[in-house]
Design a protein around this ligand. Structure first.
Ligand SMILES: [Zn+2]
Length: 374
């Protein structure tokens, strides 16, 4: 029974929330005996509903109602189109933002809110029909691309949840991160998947976008002390090396830092690597500079945080996903039949070739990277 009773007490009031399966008499006795009033729902905490049941459209109906309440106070027909757009963007569209930072809002609710904004923007009311002169999708384009810069609520909600996912990786010194990591059995620096048992709405939201968060995280190898050689995703295309190991039984259960695979001379410890990994993986590792004690600590970064122009971020993002139209990818898409590099006549023009190994590219890298960094 203890497990089923959850209590919340504030200075002003004390509430008791009892599991639906608990008998009525028992509920009355516990609430009477303890001096709590019995409720079916704990309401909100810091403005966000405390959710203990399945999230439905009704759970977030209050946001839609708030929007409608706001609208009721405005004399829509006295406002110009420009006024309505300003109000829609600056006031209506901001109402759901607080709630969507921590929970996945059902798509139906997002659509309903977008419809309210659209109708208000185009001056439609229950009595007055109007025309949507421009589609919602178009209004959601950035202003520089001809839209009005509205945000699609569903996408915005997803972005907030991905941000929580990234903070779970990055902000390990925050108490909330430590609590969630322990509660949901977080393993390693960047787990392949998250615990998906009986979890909170926030966690469910993060789980839904975890693979996208993982795809966007890059490990900056520094001193190699914190990235796990076997279990972290630090080497492009191979995923965690534990899956490529030729002697899986030799892999210790505990964290094995990258620096343990560096020889005293500072190079990768090739004899050890050759004894546990296949040749193609070894070749990929050879493209990475071995970690060094003189380097800064390893860190996770999100490509969208790199301080470069947006077009470069998009290029890096496409590169990480291997979607750049190299000849190898063009053959895959049947745009050509020749996958070789036209510049150096190498047999295969793939992403590694284009960015690292093609003869003129190597010359650029030699030019820009200091000797001691090579
Ligand atoms: Zn080439």
């Amino acid at each position: 029974m203890e497990r089923d009773v959850f209590m919340s007490a504030t200075e002003a009031q004390a509430h008791e929330l009892v599991d639906l399966n608990v008998e009525h008499d028992l509920k009355v006795n516990t609430s009477g005996g303890l001096g709590f009033s019995h409720v079916d729902n704990l309401g909100k905490y810091l403005g966000v509903p405390l959710l203990h049941q399945r999230v439905t459209k009704e759970t977030f109906q209050y946001i839609v109602d708030n929007m409608r309440k706001k609208l009721a106070g405005w004399k829509s027909k006295l406002l110009s189109l420009a006024d309505r757009i300003t109000l829609a963007k600056g006031v209506l569209a901001t109402i759901p933002i607080y709630a969507m930072q921590s929970t996945k809002i059902p798509k139906g609710v997002c659509h309903e809110m977008e419809k309210i904004i659209c109708n208000f923007g185009w001056g439609k009311t229950e009595e007055k029909k109007g025309l949507n002169l421009v589609k919602w999708d178009y209004l959601c384009k950035e202003m520089k691309n001809g839209g009005l810069g509205f945000k699609k609520f569903d996408c915005l909600n997803n972005a907030f949840l991905m941000k929580i996912g990234f903070n779970l990786v990055k902000k390990t010194d925050h108490l909330w991160v430590q609590v969630l990591r322990v509660k949901y059995r977080w393993k390693g620096k960047l787990p392949i998947s998250l615990y998906e048992g009986n979890t909170s709405c926030l966690w469910k939201g993060v789980c839904g976008f975890w693979s996208m968060v993982r795809d966007g995280v890059i490990w900056n190898i520094g001193n190699g002390a914190s990235v796990d050689f076997w279990r972290d995703n630090w080497i492009k295309d191979w995923g965690p090396l534990i899956n490529s190991c030729t002697k899986p039984k030799c892999i210790p259960k505990q964290h094995v830092p990258l620096k343990d695979f560096v020889s005293p001379s500072g190079d990768w410890n090739w004899p050890i690597l050759n004894s546990v990994l296949p040749r193609p993986t070894i070749l990929s590792i050879s493209a990475y500079k071995p970690p060094s004690v003189h380097d800064r600590v390893d860190s996770a970064r999100w490509i969208w945080h790199i301080l470069v122009p947006q077009k470069l971020r998009v290029f890096i993002w496409l590169g990480l996903l291997d979607r750049i139209l190299t000849n190898e990818n063009r053959v895959r898409r049947q745009l050509t039949t020749d996958a070789s590099c036209m510049i150096c006549e190498s047999s295969l023009e793939n992403i590694d070739h284009v960015l690292r190994f093609c003869t003129p590219v190597v010359a650029i890298w030699i030019y820009v990277i200091k000797v001691e960094m090579r």
